[in-house]
Design a protein around this ligand. Structure first.
Ligand SMILES: CSC[C@H]1O[C@@H](n2cnc3c(O)ncnc32)[C@H](O)[C@@H]1O
Ligand SMILES: [Zn+2]
Length: 434
Protein backbone atom coordinates (compact mmCIF):
# COMPACT_ATOMS: atom_id res chain seq x y z
CA UNK A 1 0.00 0.00 0.00
CA UNK A 2 1.38 3.46 -0.89
CA UNK A 3 0.80 6.42 1.41
CA UNK A 4 1.47 9.96 0.20
CA UNK A 5 1.16 13.23 2.11
CA UNK A 6 0.94 16.49 0.15
CA UNK A 7 1.44 19.74 2.06
CA UNK A 8 0.43 22.78 0.02
CA UNK A 9 -2.27 25.42 -0.43
CA UNK A 10 -5.36 23.28 -1.06
CA UNK A 11 -8.19 24.29 -3.40
CA UNK A 12 -10.43 21.21 -3.19
CA UNK A 13 -13.22 22.52 -5.50
CA UNK A 14 -15.83 21.34 -2.99
CA UNK A 15 -17.33 24.83 -2.63
CA UNK A 16 -16.38 28.47 -3.29
CA UNK A 17 -15.42 29.13 0.34
CA UNK A 18 -13.20 26.07 0.76
CA UNK A 19 -9.52 26.90 0.62
CA UNK A 20 -6.73 25.83 2.95
CA UNK A 21 -3.79 28.30 2.67
CA UNK A 22 -1.71 25.86 4.72
CA UNK A 23 -3.28 22.53 3.99
CA UNK A 24 -2.61 18.87 3.52
CA UNK A 25 -3.99 15.89 1.66
CA UNK A 26 -3.47 12.25 2.63
CA UNK A 27 -3.58 9.61 -0.10
CA UNK A 28 -3.68 5.85 0.29
CA UNK A 29 -3.09 3.93 -2.94
CA UNK A 30 -5.46 5.43 -5.55
CA UNK A 31 -7.74 7.41 -3.19
CA UNK A 32 -7.76 10.52 -1.05
CA UNK A 33 -8.41 9.73 2.59
CA UNK A 34 -8.34 13.24 4.09
CA UNK A 35 -8.21 16.90 3.09
CA UNK A 36 -7.78 19.77 5.54
CA UNK A 37 -5.49 22.15 7.44
CA UNK A 38 -1.90 21.20 8.18
CA UNK A 39 -1.96 18.62 10.95
CA UNK A 40 -5.36 17.17 9.97
CA UNK A 41 -4.00 13.78 8.83
CA UNK A 42 -5.74 10.83 10.50
CA UNK A 43 -3.98 9.47 13.58
CA UNK A 44 -1.55 6.71 12.65
CA UNK A 45 -1.12 7.89 9.02
CA UNK A 46 2.57 7.38 8.30
CA UNK A 47 3.39 8.48 4.75
CA UNK A 48 6.10 6.76 2.76
CA UNK A 49 6.33 9.88 0.57
CA UNK A 50 5.86 13.56 1.52
CA UNK A 51 5.50 16.31 -1.10
CA UNK A 52 6.27 19.49 0.82
CA UNK A 53 5.10 22.26 -1.53
CA UNK A 54 4.03 25.28 0.59
CA UNK A 55 4.09 27.65 -2.40
CA UNK A 56 2.06 25.37 -4.67
CA UNK A 57 -1.69 25.16 -5.02
CA UNK A 58 -2.99 21.61 -5.17
CA UNK A 59 -6.29 21.20 -6.99
CA UNK A 60 -8.17 18.50 -8.93
CA UNK A 61 -6.67 17.51 -12.29
CA UNK A 62 -8.30 19.30 -15.22
CA UNK A 63 -10.81 17.46 -17.42
CA UNK A 64 -10.89 18.02 -21.19
CA UNK A 65 -14.36 16.92 -22.33
CA UNK A 66 -13.88 17.26 -26.07
CA UNK A 67 -10.74 16.57 -28.03
CA UNK A 68 -9.30 14.61 -30.93
CA UNK A 69 -5.93 13.83 -29.37
CA UNK A 70 -4.06 12.51 -32.40
CA UNK A 71 -4.83 15.74 -34.28
CA UNK A 72 -1.63 17.03 -32.69
CA UNK A 73 -0.12 15.64 -35.94
CA UNK A 74 -2.09 18.33 -37.83
CA UNK A 75 -1.02 21.20 -35.55
CA UNK A 76 -0.16 24.11 -37.82
CA UNK A 77 -1.00 22.16 -40.97
CA UNK A 78 -4.49 23.57 -41.61
CA UNK A 79 -4.92 27.07 -40.23
CA UNK A 80 -7.07 30.10 -41.01
CA UNK A 81 -10.09 28.36 -42.51
CA UNK A 82 -13.70 27.94 -41.38
CA UNK A 83 -14.94 24.47 -40.36
CA UNK A 84 -16.26 22.98 -43.62
CA UNK A 85 -13.33 23.89 -45.95
CA UNK A 86 -10.94 23.08 -43.07
CA UNK A 87 -12.39 19.55 -42.82
CA UNK A 88 -13.01 18.89 -46.52
CA UNK A 89 -9.89 20.42 -48.07
CA UNK A 90 -7.22 19.87 -45.43
CA UNK A 91 -8.12 17.70 -42.41
CA UNK A 92 -9.92 14.75 -43.96
CA UNK A 93 -7.36 14.23 -46.80
CA UNK A 94 -4.58 14.23 -44.15
CA UNK A 95 -6.53 11.88 -41.84
CA UNK A 96 -7.09 9.46 -44.75
CA UNK A 97 -3.34 8.81 -44.68
CA UNK A 98 -3.03 8.15 -40.93
CA UNK A 99 -2.00 4.63 -39.90
CA UNK A 100 -2.78 3.04 -36.53
CA UNK A 101 0.82 3.76 -35.48
CA UNK A 102 0.53 7.42 -36.51
CA UNK A 103 -2.52 7.73 -34.27
CA UNK A 104 -0.66 6.04 -31.41
CA UNK A 105 2.18 8.59 -31.63
CA UNK A 106 -0.11 11.57 -32.25
CA UNK A 107 -2.05 10.62 -29.13
CA UNK A 108 1.19 10.10 -27.20
CA UNK A 109 2.18 13.66 -28.16
CA UNK A 110 -1.20 14.93 -26.97
CA UNK A 111 -0.85 13.09 -23.65
CA UNK A 112 2.63 14.54 -23.05
CA UNK A 113 1.19 18.00 -23.63
CA UNK A 114 -1.89 17.30 -21.52
CA UNK A 115 0.05 15.97 -18.56
CA UNK A 116 2.46 18.92 -18.72
CA UNK A 117 -0.53 21.30 -18.70
CA UNK A 118 -2.39 19.64 -15.80
CA UNK A 119 -5.03 17.68 -17.71
CA UNK A 120 -5.61 14.31 -16.12
CA UNK A 121 -8.72 13.17 -18.05
CA UNK A 122 -9.90 13.55 -21.64
CA UNK A 123 -12.90 12.60 -23.72
CA UNK A 124 -11.35 11.68 -27.06
CA UNK A 125 -13.21 11.09 -30.33
CA UNK A 126 -11.09 9.60 -33.10
CA UNK A 127 -10.16 6.45 -35.06
CA UNK A 128 -7.81 3.52 -34.19
CA UNK A 129 -9.08 3.68 -30.64
CA UNK A 130 -7.32 0.48 -29.54
CA UNK A 131 -4.04 2.33 -30.10
CA UNK A 132 -5.42 5.33 -28.23
CA UNK A 133 -6.46 3.10 -25.32
CA UNK A 134 -3.02 1.47 -25.18
CA UNK A 135 -1.17 4.79 -25.06
CA UNK A 136 -3.56 6.12 -22.38
CA UNK A 137 -2.90 3.01 -20.30
CA UNK A 138 0.84 3.53 -20.71
CA UNK A 139 0.74 7.27 -19.95
CA UNK A 140 -1.31 6.65 -16.79
CA UNK A 141 -4.01 9.25 -17.45
CA UNK A 142 -7.77 8.80 -17.33
CA UNK A 143 -9.86 8.84 -20.54
CA UNK A 144 -13.23 8.24 -22.08
CA UNK A 145 -12.78 7.02 -25.64
CA UNK A 146 -15.26 7.35 -28.48
CA UNK A 147 -14.58 5.81 -31.88
CA UNK A 148 -15.66 8.58 -34.28
CA UNK A 149 -18.48 7.36 -36.52
CA UNK A 150 -19.28 8.81 -39.91
CA UNK A 151 -22.39 7.14 -41.19
CA UNK A 152 -22.13 6.43 -44.84
CA UNK A 153 -22.08 2.92 -46.24
CA UNK A 154 -19.85 0.00 -45.27
CA UNK A 155 -17.29 2.25 -43.55
CA UNK A 156 -19.97 3.37 -41.12
CA UNK A 157 -20.94 -0.19 -40.27
CA UNK A 158 -17.31 -1.22 -39.81
CA UNK A 159 -16.71 1.72 -37.48
CA UNK A 160 -19.84 0.85 -35.51
CA UNK A 161 -18.54 -2.69 -35.04
CA UNK A 162 -15.19 -1.22 -33.90
CA UNK A 163 -17.11 0.79 -31.28
CA UNK A 164 -18.80 -2.33 -30.01
CA UNK A 165 -15.44 -4.16 -29.86
CA UNK A 166 -13.88 -1.17 -28.09
CA UNK A 167 -16.53 -1.32 -25.37
CA UNK A 168 -15.91 -5.02 -24.89
CA UNK A 169 -12.13 -4.64 -24.78
CA UNK A 170 -11.58 -1.38 -22.93
CA UNK A 171 -14.67 -0.23 -20.96
CA UNK A 172 -13.35 -0.19 -17.39
CA UNK A 173 -9.75 -1.06 -18.38
CA UNK A 174 -6.77 0.08 -16.32
CA UNK A 175 -8.70 -0.34 -13.05
CA UNK A 176 -11.42 1.97 -14.39
CA UNK A 177 -9.10 4.62 -15.86
CA UNK A 178 -10.39 3.97 -19.39
CA UNK A 179 -14.05 4.05 -20.35
CA UNK A 180 -15.85 4.05 -23.67
CA UNK A 181 -18.69 5.95 -25.35
CA UNK A 182 -20.12 5.86 -28.88
CA UNK A 183 -19.02 8.79 -31.07
CA UNK A 184 -21.36 9.59 -33.98
CA UNK A 185 -19.53 12.51 -35.55
CA UNK A 186 -22.38 14.97 -36.23
CA UNK A 187 -25.98 15.16 -37.46
CA UNK A 188 -24.71 16.29 -40.90
CA UNK A 189 -22.36 13.30 -41.36
CA UNK A 190 -24.62 10.55 -39.97
CA UNK A 191 -27.93 9.48 -41.50
CA UNK A 192 -31.10 9.09 -39.42
CA UNK A 193 -30.96 5.32 -39.80
CA UNK A 194 -27.33 5.20 -38.68
CA UNK A 195 -27.94 7.42 -35.65
CA UNK A 196 -30.84 5.20 -34.58
CA UNK A 197 -28.56 2.14 -34.85
CA UNK A 198 -25.88 3.87 -32.78
CA UNK A 199 -28.42 4.68 -30.07
CA UNK A 200 -29.70 1.08 -29.98
CA UNK A 201 -26.16 -0.27 -29.57
CA UNK A 202 -25.15 2.34 -26.97
CA UNK A 203 -28.23 1.51 -24.90
CA UNK A 204 -27.66 -2.23 -25.29
CA UNK A 205 -24.09 -1.89 -23.99
CA UNK A 206 -24.98 0.74 -21.36
CA UNK A 207 -22.58 3.43 -22.55
CA UNK A 208 -23.00 7.09 -23.44
CA UNK A 209 -22.90 9.01 -26.72
CA UNK A 210 -20.58 11.86 -27.72
CA UNK A 211 -21.43 14.01 -30.78
CA UNK A 212 -20.69 17.41 -32.36
CA UNK A 213 -23.90 19.49 -32.34
CA UNK A 214 -24.88 22.90 -33.77
CA UNK A 215 -21.30 24.02 -34.31
CA UNK A 216 -21.71 26.37 -37.30
CA UNK A 217 -24.33 28.29 -39.24
CA UNK A 218 -23.52 25.99 -42.19
CA UNK A 219 -24.66 23.01 -40.09
CA UNK A 220 -27.89 24.82 -39.15
CA UNK A 221 -28.59 25.44 -42.85
CA UNK A 222 -27.80 21.83 -43.87
CA UNK A 223 -30.17 20.46 -41.22
CA UNK A 224 -32.84 23.03 -42.07
CA UNK A 225 -32.64 22.13 -45.78
CA UNK A 226 -32.60 18.35 -45.16
CA UNK A 227 -34.99 17.94 -42.25
CA UNK A 228 -36.60 21.33 -41.63
CA UNK A 229 -35.31 21.27 -38.06
CA UNK A 230 -32.47 22.52 -35.88
CA UNK A 231 -29.74 19.94 -35.07
CA UNK A 232 -30.94 19.64 -31.47
CA UNK A 233 -34.59 19.21 -32.47
CA UNK A 234 -33.59 16.64 -35.10
CA UNK A 235 -31.49 14.57 -32.70
CA UNK A 236 -34.24 14.78 -30.10
CA UNK A 237 -36.83 13.59 -32.61
CA UNK A 238 -34.57 10.66 -33.53
CA UNK A 239 -34.48 9.67 -29.86
CA UNK A 240 -30.73 10.19 -29.46
CA UNK A 241 -31.15 12.12 -26.20
CA UNK A 242 -32.42 10.67 -22.95
CA UNK A 243 -29.41 8.57 -21.92
CA UNK A 244 -25.93 9.90 -21.21
CA UNK A 245 -25.09 12.33 -24.03
CA UNK A 246 -22.18 14.76 -24.33
CA UNK A 247 -22.77 17.35 -27.06
CA UNK A 248 -19.71 19.26 -28.23
CA UNK A 249 -19.90 22.93 -29.30
CA UNK A 250 -23.65 23.79 -29.18
CA UNK A 251 -22.91 27.27 -30.54
CA UNK A 252 -26.08 28.01 -32.50
CA UNK A 253 -29.10 27.20 -30.31
CA UNK A 254 -32.66 28.46 -30.18
CA UNK A 255 -34.44 28.92 -26.82
CA UNK A 256 -36.34 25.69 -27.60
CA UNK A 257 -33.04 23.86 -28.25
CA UNK A 258 -31.74 24.96 -24.85
CA UNK A 259 -34.94 23.82 -23.19
CA UNK A 260 -34.56 20.37 -24.83
CA UNK A 261 -30.89 20.05 -23.78
CA UNK A 262 -31.84 20.95 -20.19
CA UNK A 263 -34.87 18.65 -20.06
CA UNK A 264 -32.95 15.70 -21.56
CA UNK A 265 -29.91 16.27 -19.28
CA UNK A 266 -27.56 16.57 -22.25
CA UNK A 267 -24.13 17.77 -21.08
CA UNK A 268 -22.38 20.39 -23.20
CA UNK A 269 -18.63 20.43 -23.92
CA UNK A 270 -17.76 24.06 -24.63
CA UNK A 271 -14.79 24.72 -26.94
CA UNK A 272 -14.26 28.48 -26.83
CA UNK A 273 -10.88 28.62 -28.59
CA UNK A 274 -11.83 26.29 -31.43
CA UNK A 275 -15.10 28.18 -31.89
CA UNK A 276 -13.14 31.43 -32.15
CA UNK A 277 -10.38 30.13 -34.42
CA UNK A 278 -12.76 28.53 -36.92
CA UNK A 279 -15.05 31.57 -36.55
CA UNK A 280 -17.90 29.22 -35.60
CA UNK A 281 -19.43 31.68 -33.14
CA UNK A 282 -19.98 32.33 -29.43
CA UNK A 283 -21.85 29.60 -27.58
CA UNK A 284 -24.68 30.71 -25.23
CA UNK A 285 -22.92 29.42 -22.12
CA UNK A 286 -24.55 31.80 -19.66
CA UNK A 287 -28.03 30.93 -20.93
CA UNK A 288 -27.33 27.17 -20.90
CA UNK A 289 -26.02 27.28 -17.33
CA UNK A 290 -29.00 29.39 -16.26
CA UNK A 291 -31.27 26.58 -17.53
CA UNK A 292 -29.32 24.02 -15.48
CA UNK A 293 -27.32 22.44 -18.32
CA UNK A 294 -23.97 21.04 -17.18
CA UNK A 295 -21.30 22.84 -19.23
CA UNK A 296 -17.67 21.70 -19.16
CA UNK A 297 -14.61 22.64 -21.21
CA UNK A 298 -12.83 21.07 -24.18
CA UNK A 299 -9.95 22.15 -26.34
CA UNK A 300 -11.14 20.31 -29.47
CA UNK A 301 -8.19 19.02 -31.52
CA UNK A 302 -4.81 20.72 -31.77
CA UNK A 303 -5.56 21.70 -35.36
CA UNK A 304 -8.35 24.12 -34.40
CA UNK A 305 -6.91 25.53 -31.15
CA UNK A 306 -3.80 25.00 -31.59
CA UNK A 307 -2.82 23.68 -28.16
CA UNK A 308 -4.33 21.40 -25.51
CA UNK A 309 -3.80 23.77 -22.56
CA UNK A 310 -6.96 23.89 -20.44
CA UNK A 311 -5.58 26.83 -18.45
CA UNK A 312 -5.65 28.86 -21.67
CA UNK A 313 -9.07 27.45 -22.44
CA UNK A 314 -10.46 28.58 -19.06
CA UNK A 315 -9.16 32.10 -19.67
CA UNK A 316 -10.56 32.22 -23.21
CA UNK A 317 -13.94 30.81 -22.16
CA UNK A 318 -14.24 33.46 -19.43
CA UNK A 319 -13.06 36.34 -21.61
CA UNK A 320 -15.25 35.41 -24.59
CA UNK A 321 -18.40 35.33 -22.44
CA UNK A 322 -17.42 38.57 -20.69
CA UNK A 323 -16.86 40.28 -24.04
CA UNK A 324 -20.29 39.26 -25.27
CA UNK A 325 -22.40 39.17 -22.10
CA UNK A 326 -20.73 41.59 -19.64
CA UNK A 327 -17.74 41.52 -17.35
CA UNK A 328 -19.62 40.16 -14.32
CA UNK A 329 -20.53 36.83 -15.93
CA UNK A 330 -18.54 33.62 -15.31
CA UNK A 331 -16.42 34.55 -12.28
CA UNK A 332 -13.17 32.62 -11.94
CA UNK A 333 -14.39 30.00 -9.45
CA UNK A 334 -17.24 29.03 -11.78
CA UNK A 335 -14.80 28.58 -14.66
CA UNK A 336 -12.64 26.34 -12.47
CA UNK A 337 -15.77 24.32 -11.69
CA UNK A 338 -16.38 23.89 -15.43
CA UNK A 339 -12.87 22.47 -15.87
CA UNK A 340 -13.11 20.09 -12.90
CA UNK A 341 -16.45 19.30 -11.20
CA UNK A 342 -18.58 19.77 -14.33
CA UNK A 343 -16.01 17.85 -16.40
CA UNK A 344 -16.42 14.84 -14.12
CA UNK A 345 -20.24 15.13 -14.25
CA UNK A 346 -20.08 15.35 -18.04
CA UNK A 347 -18.10 12.13 -18.25
CA UNK A 348 -20.21 10.34 -15.62
CA UNK A 349 -17.19 9.97 -13.32
CA UNK A 350 -18.53 10.15 -9.80
CA UNK A 351 -15.27 10.07 -7.86
CA UNK A 352 -13.06 12.59 -9.68
CA UNK A 353 -13.23 16.36 -10.18
CA UNK A 354 -12.90 17.29 -6.49
CA UNK A 355 -10.41 16.68 -3.71
CA UNK A 356 -12.41 14.97 -0.98
CA UNK A 357 -12.15 11.81 1.11
CA UNK A 358 -13.11 8.76 -0.96
CA UNK A 359 -12.35 10.50 -4.26
CA UNK A 360 -9.66 9.28 -6.66
CA UNK A 361 -6.29 10.94 -6.18
CA UNK A 362 -6.30 12.77 -9.54
CA UNK A 363 -4.61 16.07 -8.74
CA UNK A 364 -2.14 18.67 -9.88
CA UNK A 365 0.06 21.23 -8.18
CA UNK A 366 0.76 24.70 -9.58
CA UNK A 367 3.90 26.63 -8.67
CA UNK A 368 2.60 29.97 -7.37
CA UNK A 369 6.04 31.28 -6.35
CA UNK A 370 6.60 33.11 -9.63
CA UNK A 371 6.40 36.83 -10.40
CA UNK A 372 3.18 36.55 -12.40
CA UNK A 373 1.32 35.20 -9.33
CA UNK A 374 2.10 38.09 -6.95
CA UNK A 375 0.34 39.65 -5.09
CA UNK A 376 -1.90 36.74 -4.16
CA UNK A 377 -5.30 38.41 -3.74
CA UNK A 378 -7.33 35.59 -5.26
CA UNK A 379 -6.08 32.10 -6.03
CA UNK A 380 -9.09 31.21 -8.29
CA UNK A 381 -8.57 34.43 -10.28
CA UNK A 382 -4.85 33.67 -10.70
CA UNK A 383 -5.59 30.12 -11.86
CA UNK A 384 -8.08 31.28 -14.52
CA UNK A 385 -6.73 34.66 -15.63
CA UNK A 386 -2.97 34.21 -15.15
CA UNK A 387 -1.84 30.58 -15.02
CA UNK A 388 -0.67 28.64 -18.06
CA UNK A 389 0.52 25.14 -18.84
CA UNK A 390 4.10 25.77 -17.79
CA UNK A 391 3.12 26.58 -14.20
CA UNK A 392 2.09 22.98 -13.46
CA UNK A 393 4.72 21.25 -11.32
CA UNK A 394 3.16 17.92 -10.28
CA UNK A 395 0.53 15.61 -11.79
CA UNK A 396 -0.98 12.55 -10.10
CA UNK A 397 -3.65 10.18 -11.43
CA UNK A 398 -5.11 7.30 -9.43
CA UNK A 399 -2.53 8.00 -6.73
CA UNK A 400 0.43 7.59 -9.13
CA UNK A 401 2.78 10.42 -10.03
CA UNK A 402 2.86 11.09 -13.77
CA UNK A 403 4.94 14.27 -13.52
CA UNK A 404 7.25 15.53 -10.79
CA UNK A 405 9.19 18.82 -10.92
CA UNK A 406 7.90 19.07 -14.54
CA UNK A 407 9.56 15.80 -15.50
CA UNK A 408 7.26 13.28 -17.16
CA UNK A 409 7.62 9.89 -15.50
CA UNK A 410 5.63 7.66 -17.86
CA UNK A 411 6.50 9.05 -21.30
CA UNK A 412 9.73 9.47 -23.25
CA UNK A 413 9.04 13.01 -24.46
CA UNK A 414 11.91 13.32 -26.94
CA UNK A 415 11.06 10.00 -28.59
CA UNK A 416 7.39 11.05 -28.82
CA UNK A 417 8.26 14.46 -30.36
CA UNK A 418 10.60 12.87 -32.88
CA UNK A 419 8.03 10.22 -33.94
CA UNK A 420 5.31 12.87 -34.27
CA UNK A 421 7.52 15.15 -36.37
CA UNK A 422 8.60 12.37 -38.74
CA UNK A 423 5.11 10.97 -39.19
CA UNK A 424 3.37 14.33 -39.73
CA UNK A 425 5.99 15.40 -42.28
CA UNK A 426 5.69 12.06 -44.10
CA UNK A 427 1.96 12.58 -44.58
CA UNK A 428 2.24 16.20 -45.70
CA UNK A 429 4.93 15.15 -48.24
CA UNK A 430 2.66 12.37 -49.55
CA UNK A 431 -0.14 14.90 -50.00
CA UNK A 432 2.14 17.34 -51.84
CA UNK A 433 3.26 14.58 -54.24
CA UNK A 434 -0.31 13.94 -55.38
C1 LIG B 1 -14.41 10.60 -37.11
S1 LIG B 1 -13.29 11.00 -35.83
C2 LIG B 1 -13.64 12.68 -35.43
C3 LIG B 1 -13.54 13.59 -36.59
O1 LIG B 1 -13.91 14.89 -36.18
C4 LIG B 1 -13.14 15.80 -36.89
N1 LIG B 1 -13.16 17.11 -36.22
C5 LIG B 1 -12.20 17.70 -35.51
N2 LIG B 1 -12.64 18.88 -35.03
C6 LIG B 1 -13.90 19.00 -35.46
C7 LIG B 1 -14.88 19.99 -35.31
O2 LIG B 1 -14.65 21.10 -34.62
N3 LIG B 1 -16.07 19.82 -35.88
C8 LIG B 1 -16.33 18.70 -36.60
N4 LIG B 1 -15.44 17.73 -36.79
C9 LIG B 1 -14.24 17.88 -36.23
C10 LIG B 1 -11.79 15.15 -36.92
O3 LIG B 1 -10.96 15.74 -37.87
C11 LIG B 1 -12.17 13.72 -37.21
O4 LIG B 1 -12.26 13.51 -38.58
ZN1 LIG C 1 -14.41 18.21 -32.33
Amino acid sequence: MSKVLIQAMVLPMTGPDRFYPQGEICIEDDRIISVGELGSAPAGFVPDRVLDLPNDVVMPGLINTHTHAAMTLLRGYADDLPLMPWLNEKVWPFEDKLTDEDIYWGTALALCEMIRSGTTTMLDMYASMDQVAEVVLKAGTRAVLARGLIGNGPNGNRALQESIDLVQRYHGAGAGRVNVMFGPHAPYTCSAEYLRKVKVEADRLGVGIHIHVAETQDEIKILQDQYGKTPVQWLDELGLFGGHVVAAHCVHLTPEDMEILARKHVCVAHNAESNMKLNSGTAPIIELRAQGVVVSLGTDGASSNNNLDLFGEMRSAAFQQKLCKGSTVLPAYEVLEMATVAGAQTLGLEDVGMLAPGFKADLITIDMDQPHFYPRFSIPAHLVYVAHAGDVRTVMVDGKLLMEERKLLTMDVSKVCQEAETRAKRISAELMDK
